[in-house]
Design a binder for this molecule. Structure first.
Ligand SMILES: *[C@@H]1O[C@H](CO)[C@@H](O)[C@H](O)[C@H]1NC(C)=O
Ligand SMILES: *[C@@H]1O[C@H](CO)[C@@H](O)[C@H](O)[C@H]1NC(C)=O
Ligand SMILES: *[C@@H]1O[C@H](CO)[C@@H](O)[C@H](O)[C@H]1NC(C)=O
Ligand SMILES: *[C@@H]1O[C@H](CO)[C@@H](O)[C@H](O)[C@H]1NC(C)=O
Ligand SMILES: *[C@@H]1O[C@H](CO)[C@@H](O)[C@H](O)[C@H]1NC(C)=O
Ligand SMILES: *[C@@H]1O[C@H](CO)[C@@H](O)[C@H](O)[C@H]1NC(C)=O
Ligand SMILES: *[C@@H]1O[C@H](CO)[C@@H](O)[C@H](O)[C@H]1NC(C)=O
Ligand SMILES: *[C@@H]1O[C@H](CO)[C@@H](O)[C@H](O)[C@H]1NC(C)=O
Ligand SMILES: *[C@@H]1O[C@H](CO)[C@@H](O)[C@H](O)[C@H]1NC(C)=O
Length: 744
């Protein structure tokens, strides 16, 4: 950071503090929910979490009665901790206690809003372990579930696996579970006023993600005829358990997420899918990192969405190394909407337009011509800003609007017949419009249409219903969050990509297609985009691999998914910062050849290396008096046996120097010899030592190291992309190697 920038930042901080002084003063006396995280549950049989929590709280508050009043919830099924209404000094006091790992204020996280499985090469009739698959339970932390969506039809399913301890909590608009959706719970620890105090999905998001992961095949699924095909989950045989943690505009709170993990782990799920997130935080103050850690300890795989803040770099969320972080890529299906002008001109754009035109042609105007802004009035009529258009001039017409911010709602409100939204940087996914609508390129078709409107007395047009065409794929979606990450600098995140663009899956009849209250279209399927949609694809792929390899650890399954992924075509400067190892290939992941496994001890050594406090780690793993200096520190640049390799060059003018220590487990053929194949760009030398691995049997583990060297990166280069591939001529085990130089 330049000195000038530092000064600016300090100044901003100063101003900020001055502004918030009075507020801060009042904060000292206002109770807020805090999560008190206490790591692993003690093994002693006489331990009662509730009693311990109460005593701790009473000591911190200094009053037994108030402690009872201010405690909100005790965790204690899969890990230890509680939530309470605290004052800041009480939070500080609790942090000093020997049994507490961290104390953090409760914050809100947000959602990361059917051809995809065939596109991934996992057709419905593929080799499946049906019997085992039906024993797999996918837990989804989301907005709830709409059981009457046909994706959750349980015909042919036997009762839940015997180990299942979960429950079906019924309530408003949610009256039952079945043999497909075997559990459903909701968490609203804040006791906020909500639409349905039940696992019912008033949003549609949770129904979409859970049916993507494990919905049954439904033939002829579509959104009002668009995208017709068979909609199905990746592991159609598996069972679903919903943990509702998100409540409309409130979002999804830390404490509810922790509660959901606490119960899901104990209930007996095998895979957890979490399509939401918040700002990256240190692992022990991040509910998804904490929950995922305890899940991993019990051999439960956790898949998370990377976030929708792309294409900017440094936006990736859910980055803990024990989580799978999933970016979104597109499929070869492109929802296309045609627009015809009365003069014969045809333009092609994107949208999900469910409306069939009732007439051949409609009068056409533009926001600029339909303006009711007088002189220098507020708003931009060309962009069809709310309040800038004359109802008279819009009524019954299709309106041409310029700019990203244009809203089809304004046109609907004024009785318009449709809208053409012209954008200079067309997005790579389609959105559902509330009136007939299409997004087109402002610089090409947009200009032609605008000129036609200006130069024609009786301009007319019609917007056709959307059809699906084939398009180029895969590429990383523009909205998908990019690395590098800010928590553990030398681990590449996101890990891989899965389809997350224009995904057709189940939906809730409690929500409208666009989520707008005055939209009257309700459907049991909908087309949505987001890393939210990619995450359950990867969760299902993990469940699929698990159904063949029940004894593989979450790290082993993750390695299989990553090393067999298809590298993405690099079309923007962010390269692997957007796609990680590439797009998942579930079928190839069944037979990866080699695995980069990670044991609990290595995660602990890694946490020590990352500077986490010894006594905190001790509480986390339930070993009193644990001391990082008593174990061998992990070697190398990243200190963990990760299936990808990454270094951020800091300071950015230093030369490149990194060593990655790795070991791989042979799960391919008994006797096999793998040769290292390295691909490296100019300015980066990569040595693999040894460069041949000869295995004498299955499950043998062999080690190697990868040494990176190079001069400082040129001014105009931020990223060097390379790869290592172990090849025995049957398997190819690929790891991306990414060197990143932060911009000052
Ligand atoms: C949801 O519950 C409300 C209140 O009981 C009821 O009026 C409504 O019809 C229900 N919605 C659906 C789609 O069943
Ligand atoms: C109105 O919005 C369009 C599209 O964003 C922009 O090109 C134009 O400059 C804006 N006009 C005014 C007067 O702000
Ligand atoms: C059409 O007319 C509007 C309003 O006069 C003007 O803002 C716009 O630039 C014109 N467009 C073209 C392509 O001439
Ligand atoms: C990976 O490591 C875990 C934990 O150390 C171990 O249980 C498992 O057998 C190893 N191998 C595989 C293939 O998962
Ligand atoms: C670790 O954390 C505990 C509790 O917060 C604190 O008392 C101790 O000083 C910390 N140790 C180190 C080495 O930072
Ligand atoms: C860990 O061990 C080191 C070296 O033996 C010692 O200096 C340190 O105080 C110990 N830390 C804790 C938390 O026990
Ligand atoms: C790298 O940059 C720092 C800070 O700008 C400077 O002090 C240092 O001399 C530079 N080092 C080299 C090798 O250019
Ligand atoms: C593997 O090779 C060793 C020695 O080369 C041989 O003794 C052994 O029988 C082979 N095992 C298999 C499964 O081929
Ligand atoms: C690695 O092995 C595969 C067979 O799985 C082969 O098709 C491929 O060409 C090999 N790759 C390299 C880089 O040699």
């Amino acid at each position: 950071m330049s000195n000038a920038m530092k000064m600016l930042q300090n100044l901003a901080l100063l101003l900020l503090c001055l502004h918030c002084l009075p507020v801060q003063g009042s904060n000292q006396h206002e109770r807020k929910p805090y999560v008190v995280y206490m790591g692993e549950l003690p093994m002693t049989r006489t331990y009662v979490p509730q009693d311990h929590h109460h005593n701790l709280l009473a000591t911190a508050i200094g009053d037994q009665q108030l402690a009872r009043q201010y405690k909100i919830h005790s965790y204690g099924k899969s890990f230890n901790g509680f939530v309470a209404q605290l004052l800041p000094h009480e939070a500080d006091k609790l942090l000093e206690d020997d049994s507490v790992v961290s104390v953090f204020p409760n914050t809100q996280n947000k959602l990361h809003t059917t051809r995809s499985w065939d596109f991934l090469g996992l057709p419905l009739k593929w080799n499946r372990h049906s019997k085992v698959e039906s024993d797999i339970i996918v837990g989804v932390l989301d907005t709830g579930i709409w059981l009457d969506c046909p994706s959750f039809n349980d015909a042919g399913y036997g009762p839940a696996p015997v180990r299942w301890k979960g429950k079906c909590v019924t309530g408003s608009n949610f009256t039952r579970c079945n043999n497909k959706v075997i559990g459903a719970k909701y968490f609203n620890l804040q006791n906020a006023e909500v639409e349905n105090m039940s696992p019912a999905d008033e949003d549609g998001h949770g129904t979409h993600t859970s049916s993507t992961a494990a919905g049954v095949a439904v033939r002829g699924a579509s959104v009002e005829g668009i995208g017709v095909g068979t909609a199905r989950g990746g592991v159609a045989g598996a069972r679903i358990a919903m943990y509702k943690v998100c409540w409309g505009p409130m979002g999804c709170s830390d404490m509810d997420l922790m509660a959901a993990f606490d119960e899901a782990i104990d209930d007996g799920v095998n895979v957890i899918s979490v399509s939401l997130g918040g700002n990256p935080r240190k692992f022990f103050s991040d509910p998804i990192a904490i929950g995922g850690f305890h899940a991993m300890k019990r051999d439960i795989f956790t898949s998370c969405s990377a976030g929708n803040s792309g294409p900017s770099t440094m936006t990736v969320e859910n980055v803990a190394p024990w989580l799978l972080t999933v970016a979104a890529s597109n499929t070869d299906r492109l929802f296309t909407t045609f627009l015809h002008l009365a003069n014969g001109y045809k333009a092609k754009g994107m949208s999900i337009n469910t409306f069939t035109p009732g007439k051949k042609m409609y009068p056409l105007t533009s926001g600029a011509l339909a303006s009711n802004v007088i002189g220098d009035g507020y708003g931009n009529a060309s962009a069809c800003d709310h309040g800038t258009l004359s109802k008279e001039k819009v009524m019954g017409k299709i309106v041409y609007c310029l700019g990203e911010g244009s809203s089809d709602y304004t046109i609907k409100e004024l009785g318009g017949a449709g809208t053409i939204i012209a954008v200079s940087d067309p997005s790579d996914f389609s959105t559902t419009t509330v009136v007939p609508g299409v997004h087109i390129d402002a610089n090409t078709d947009g200009k032609t249409i605008d000129l036609y409107i200006n130069s024609t007395k009786n301009a007319q047009a019609v917007i056709q219903k959307t059809i699906s065409l084939r398009g180029p794929a895969p590429h990383v979606a523009s909205f998908s969050s990019r690395g590098p990450q800010s928590i553990t600098l030398n681990i590449l995140k996101p890990d891989l990509t899965a389809p997350g663009v224009d995904i057709l899956a189940g939906y809730s009849k409690l929500a409208t297609l666009t989520g707008e209250p005055d939209d009257n279209r309700r459907n049991v399927f909908n087309i949505l985009s987001g890393t939210s949609m990619a995450c359950p694809h990867a969760a299902a792929a993990a469940a699929y691999v698990k159904s063949f390899h029940l004894d593989w650890s979450p790290a082993a399954i993750k390695s299989a998914l990553m090393t067999t992924a298809t590298p993405m075509r690099i079309i923007d400067r962010t390269a692997e910062l957007g796609s990680g190892s590439g797009q998942i290939n579930p079928v190839r992941a069944l037979d990866p050849g080699l695995l980069y496994n990670i044991s609990m001890d290595s995660y602990i050594a890694f946490l020590c290396k990352e500077g986490y406090n010894s006594s905190s780690i001790g509480i986390l793993i339930g070993t009193k008096g644990f001391n990082c200096s008593s174990i061998d520190p992990p070697k190398g640049t990243d200190g963990i046996n990760y299936p990808s390799m990454h270094i951020q060059i800091i300071p950015s003018n230093s030369s490149i120097s990194a060593i990655f220590y790795r070991s791989v487990t042979n799960v391919g053929s008994g006797n096999s010899t793998y040769k290292a194949k390295v691909r490296a760009p100019k300015g980066l030398s990569i040595k693999v030592i040894p460069d041949t691995l000869s295995f004498g049997g299955l499950n043998q583990v062999l080690s190697f190291m990868v040494v990176l060297k190079g001069p400082p990166m040129p001014q105009d280069t931020n990223i060097l992309s390379a790869s290592l591939e172990w090849n025995d001529s049957i398997h190819s085990v690929r790891s991306p190697i990414v060197v990143y130089k932060p911009t000052l």
